[in-house]
Design a protein around this ligand. Sequence first.
Ligand code: AMP
Length: 195
Amino acid sequence: MTPAFSLCVYCGSRPGNSPVFEAVATEVGRWIGEHDGQLVYGGGNNGLMGLLADATLAAGGRVVGVIPAALVEREFAKRDCTELHVVENMHQRKSLMAERADAFLALPGGIGTFEEFFEAWTWRQLGYHAKPIGLLDTGGYYAAMLAFLRKSVSHGFMSEWQMGLITIGADAPSLLEKLVTDAGDAPQRMETSKI
Ligand code: AMP
């Protein structure tokens, strides 16, 4: 069965130190599964990544994991993904993840999550894709980062229209609903040749 939508989720390979983070990863995975969706993610079994994929599968969703061979060798791969793609390097991973997604969502995470979120955003501002990008600000985790981004606007390094390219929310179901709806209205082409 073709999934109703395909959502690329970036999140921590660690669980964080508050139960709210684990709870939100599970909530997002369950929502994807219950809405006949497909999760595209980094293919890992640790931290929020593993919880998210488990919850998606448990709720009947498809899970596409994309992981570099080096991480598979370190036994970080989640073997029971619906599709597990082992690629050569991080560039291939991120490009395939972006290609397979209708929209992007970042949950709480660390440096890997930040990098992936900012990359999807940068590709969007350059016009490489027109897919919606969401940031889930669980428990105000991203408040300081968002304040800094607004400072960047006030200091003239960013524009309001760039801020307008991301959708920020603290409530997972309403943010997911918006991303999926917006994805339906956006062209799905990803110009991976430009990356
Ligand atoms: P971080 O936010 O630093 O925990 O990194 C999470 C992101 O980086 C994920 O979305 C993955 O793409 C990648 N990543 C980092 N560590 C791992 C791991 N152990 N297994 C799989 N992917 C990982």
